[in-house]
Design a protein. Structure first.
Length: 138
């Protein structure tokens, strides 16, 4: 008898939850939880001095809520700077990583200030995953 009662209570609770969810769906003003940010840092490797093939991945795309890190996997020091905005990794010795950086949505070009022929591009999307409009400058 106890099992039968528990099954009935469980079924009633499920029907109640489904009904409550269906009744509230689409109602204006119903708060929804924000999408949680992606976990972990997005890593761009500094691979070699090879023009537009110096960074991996490049071009890259990342959610604006995810911190960016440049990792120097090369044998020489590098210093990544963005062309249009004040993003600067500082000088990175071989085997080191930059501080995590949060970058506003847009499509950004960057280069190594020590080796200007090293170039890359990253598209930072807004928190909803929508690609930002192309950015040409400030």
């Amino acid at each position: 008898m106890r099992e039968k009662c528990l099954r009935w209570l469980g079924g009633a609770a499920l029907v109640g939850c489904v009904a409550a969810g269906a009744c509230g769906a689409g109602m204006p003003g119903t708060p929804t939880a924000p999408t949680p940010p992606p976990s972990g840092n997005f890593v761009v490797d500094i691979a070699e001095i090879a023009g537009p093939n110096s960074f991996y991945p490049s071009p890259a795309s990342v959610d604006s809520r995810r911190p960016l890190i440049w990792r120097n996997a090369h044998t020489e020091a590098h210093h990544v700077v963005f062309d249009n905005i004040a993003v600067d990794t500082g000088r990175l010795a071989p085997g080191t990583v930059s501080q995590p950086l949060i970058v506003q949505p847009g499509t950004w070009s960057y280069h190594c200030s020590i080796h200007p022929e090293m170039t890359g591009t990253i598209t930072v999307t807004d928190g909803a995953g929508t690609p930002a409009a192309p950015t040409t400058g400030y």
